[in-house]
Design a protein around this ligand. Structure first.
Ligand code: SF4
Length: 398
């Protein structure tokens, strides 16, 4: 993995415009000299000297810094890491079923088995869909869904093998830690046995879903039956130890406090220090439609941008910060690219429903590669196509 990062870094360094570095240095010096409080200046100096900020520092940023302050710093850090480049990939989302044994209060997606809005795709139905896709349209198949009450691990292994048979060149990024835990329970297997079997069947990487918020008391309130926080972390640790790279998420904008968000980020940062197995972090905004959590007001966009920025500043050891554009919208997602985000996710060539059922901005989350490149270029950035593990496929700098 380290060799991969070094190779990418060398390609990025060669591509980075020198004047951009000068510009970011100027921004940095302006920040520390401006009329912000001594407390904020001290935090800014830490960031500019590549020192890790503490949980207390992050709380000060949430409570006392304005959006411009954290945004400029986040953009500075992002630019130091990746220059002007913004990553994307060509992927498809497959959701085998929305039938789920859990009933998380914030979830707008799960349905009972006999509900008319439920679906349970067979292997043949998924195969038929995959066969309609030109092989060069994808480098990744992303598979997540509900914890189906009776589908055994054999179904999921068959599905992985089928994807590799139809599209042998793609990476498969599949199954949240919550789905993995349920497979282990249903099949009386250990987590290690489940992950090993899935890997043998074609699993290359895991997404970061199901993390929600780690604070045990709040987790019990919003998703009582779901994988416990320490178990979510232990499953990702086990995956990393087996050579399966993963992502991580947070669900924000519901009942959590700033301290809860920081605690969540800190648990991830601590695990990443140990395993180095997380590739990307994706903040997921709570959407209020069609769920029973009962929160009337979604966070304003200024809070979203601030949250992206502080996340970039705190998670100094997880390389990529990704915006999930179907949830926030293409236009707003473009703006996040100036607030620490370096990854625009993928073309998501499917009618994914997890967020559209919760009231996401984009109702048909499909984008062509050309549109993706144009969106990123219109933001003044250089689009870089990547694979699932962030190996660079093409730099679109013309
Ligand atoms: S959030 Fe996931 S685990 Fe919870 S009910 Fe929805 S699909 Fe099931």
């Amino acid at each position: 993995m380290f060799r991969k990062f070094r190779t990418n870094f060398e390609m990025i360094s060669n591509d980075t415009n020198n004047s951009l570095n000068i510009e970011t240095q100027l921004i940095a010096s302006l920040l520390v000299k401006s009329s912000v409080s001594k407390q904020l200046q001290t935090i800014a100096e830490k960031i500019l000297h590549n020192e890790r900020i503490s949980c207390d520092d992050a709380l000060v940023l949430y409570e006392k810094a304005d959006l411009n302050f954290v945004g400029m710093l986040a953009n500075y850090v992002k630019t130091q890491k990746f220059g002007n480049q913004v990553f994307f990939n060509k992927n498809i989302h497959i959701e085998p079923s929305n039938v789920c044994v859990h009933k998380c209060k914030f979830c707008s997606y799960y349905r009972e088995k006999d509900d008319r809005e439920s679906w349970e795709y067979s292997i043949d139905e998924i195969a038929a869909k995959l066969k309609t896709i030109p092989a060069d349209a994808l480098t990744e198949v992303h598979i997540v869904g509900g914890c189906h009450p009776s589908r055994t691990i054999a179904y999921y292994c068959d599905l992985l093998r089928l994807v590799k048979q139809i599209l042998p060149h793609v990476y498969i990024k599949a199954f949240t830690a919550v789905e993995i835990e349920y497979m282990a329970k249903l099949n009386s297997m250990t987590i290690c046995e489940v992950l090993t079997k899935l890997k043998e069947s074609g699993l290359d990487a895991m997404p970061g879903g199901g993390a929600e918020i780690f604070d045990e008391k709040l987790r019990e309130e919003i998703c009582p039956s779901k994988t416990k926080s320490n178990d979510w972390l232990a499953i990702h640790k086990q995956a990393h130890q087996l050579g399966i790279e993963t992502n991580a998420t947070i669900l924000y904008g519901h009942k959590e406090t700033f301290a809860h968000r920081i605690d969540h980020l800190n648990r991830l940062r601590t695990l990443q220090d140990e395993t180095h197995g997380f590739n990307a972090f994706i903040p997921l905004k709570y959407k209020k439609e069609n769920n029973v959590l009962g929160i009337e007001r979604e966070l304003p966009w200024t809070e979203d941008l601030k949250n992206f920025s502080i996340t970039r500043l705190f998670l100094d050891n997880i390389p990529h910060l990704k915006v999930y554009w179907p949830m926030l919208g293409k236009d707003f997602s473009q703006i996040t690219l100036d607030y620490g985000v370096d990854d625009f996710d993928g073309t998501i060539n499917d009618s994914t429903k997890i967020y559209s059922m919760a009231g996401s901005v984009e109702k048909t989350p499909i984008i062509t590669q050309d549109e993706m490149i144009t969106l990123i270029k219109d933001s003044g950035k250089t689009p870089v196509e990547r694979d699932t593990l962030y190996n660079i496929i093409a730099i679109h700098n013309k």
